[in-house]
Design a protein around this ligand. Structure first.
Ligand code: FDA
Length: 391
């Protein structure tokens, strides 16, 4: 059997399959190696089984990276519009759910089937259920042992993703391999992940299951979406979003009433001086949350018994309630990994290692992480396309 290829792609997730299909359709002989029993497992479970496959607002500013400019080139050359065209070409029905997030009307399986069709059109060979063994590099060629075989090619693509959700076969393999070739790693950490609360804040466990539309903030970055109280702490889209920016020890601020105009409590006092703070809160927040906040504020008299200054303080408290998470739920629950293979060593146009010709890194393995809402797949498609076109 001829085991010589033009490119070997390690990892058959979204990025690896896109790269393989593009290179294959350009006439390259491509081998994809994945240790899983099927390709695209994260695609299959994404978006509640409907795959939020892109976001029409996927601009580079909505990505986190030590080099915020890195994603511009690949994302400019392969945009959300390009992926939507591919989806439409394959007759996959889709809809916008919210905030530019595009989901399949049916199952995420359609996206995997589409990528496999594209790979087939490019004559791509896919090897599953065989781990990656020894990797060699000599005379401008890479050799990769897998199972009882060895393949070789002048191009090797690292597309094994990040360590989020290890029970699905996710590993940090990419980092070790990149280091071996002299590339550096931006410290990885779990992202798009629920945050945990300890100490006094565990009292909020009593309202586990309650969700509210809030503005959550970490440092200068804020997201207006739902937050959810859980048995362990805080979750929901607003919290997942800020978790990607959060560092140990930092507070997360929550504006429980993002639509309330300044002075609303003082105005309420003028209209209903005998009403209680609790009732004012319950009128605009879920009942159990209103109760918890009221108890924590600890002002039990009617509004008339409170000065305007005190009510102003309460408003400020409610608009920037400070939680200091004691951690996150870690890689077991993280949708993605922030950090990864440093972009310093990569060409932003082709994803090729600047100092190791023929070596490429794409997708989540690289230090580019998107917001929640289809942004991470768009990076997988764009970076995979850039490498596939360059091979
Ligand atoms: P990905 O992890 O998809 O693929 C890597 C491949 O490499 C896998 O097939 C794996 O088996 C293989 N592999 C890993 N280590 C290996 C090794 N040592 N040897 C051989 N093979 C190895 N994003 C989004 O935009 N919209 C969404 O709706 C969601 N939803 C979502 C839900 C959940 C629960 C999770 C966990 C994640 C999401 N995401 C998402 C994020 C998205 O899934 C993620 O960013 C992309 O899958 C990354 O694509 P990659 O191809 O880079 O890695």
């Amino acid at each position: 059997m001829n085991n010589e290829y033009d490119a070997i792609v390690l990892g058959g997730g979204g990025a690896g399959l896109m790269c393989a299909a593009v290179a294959g359709q350009a006439g390259k002989r491509v081998l994809v190696i994945d240790h899983a029993d099927e390709v695209g497992k994260k695609i299959l479970i994404s978006g509640g089984g409907r795959c939020n496959f892109t976001n029409i607002g996927a601009v580079p500013e909505r990505y986190i990276s030590a080099n915020p400019h890195f994603a511009k080139s690949a994302m400019g050359r392969y945009s959300a519009r390009d992926f939507i065209e591919l989806v439409e070409k394959h007759g996959i029905a889709y809809h916008e759910k919210t905030l530019g997030q595009l989901f399949c009307d049916g199952s995420a399986k359609a996206i995997v089937a589409m990528l496999l069709d594209e790979c087939e059109a490019g004559g791509v060979t896919i090897s599953l259920e065989r781990g990656i063994g020894e990797i060699g590099h000599a005379d401008g060629r890479y050799s990769v042992a897998y199972g009882d075989q060895t393949a070789s090619a002048p191009a090797l693509v690292i597309a094994t993703g990040g360590p989020s959700i290890p029970k699905m076969g996710a590993t940090d393999y990419a980092y070790g391999l990149a280091r071996r070739f002299g590339m550096s790693i931006v410290e990885p950490r779990p992202a798009l992940v629920p945050l945990t609360l300890g100490g006094d804040e565990t009292l909020f466990r009593d309202i586990s299951g309650v969700a509210a539309d809030v503005k959550a903030r970490c440092g200068k970055t804020a997201f207006r979406e739902a937050a959810l109280f859980t048995h362990r702490g805080l979750s929901g889209p607003a919290i997942l979003q800020v978790s990607s920016y959060w560092r140990n020890g930092q507070p997360v601020g929550i504006d429980f009433l993002p639509d309330a105009p300044a002075g609303w409590l003082v105005a309420a006092k003028r209209v209903r001086p005998r009403s209680f703070l609790r009732n004012q809160l319950a009128a605009v927040l879920p009942d159990r949350l209103a109760d918890m906040l009221w108890q924590r504020i600890g002002l039990y008299g009617d509004l008339n018994s409170m000065t305007d200054a005190v009510l102003g303080d309460v408003e400020r408290m409610l608009s920037d309630w400070q939680f200091v998470p004691n951690g996150s739920e870690g890689y077991a629950k993280a949708e993605v990994t922030v950090g990864g293979i440093s972009t310093d060593g990569l060409s932003s146009r082709t994803m090729e290692a600047k100092k190791v010709p023929g070596l490429y890194a794409i997708g989540e393995a690289v230090d580019v992480t998107g917001w929640l809402g289809g942004y991470n797949f768009q990076w997988a498609w764009a970076s995979g396309w850039a490498a596939g076109a360059a091979i």
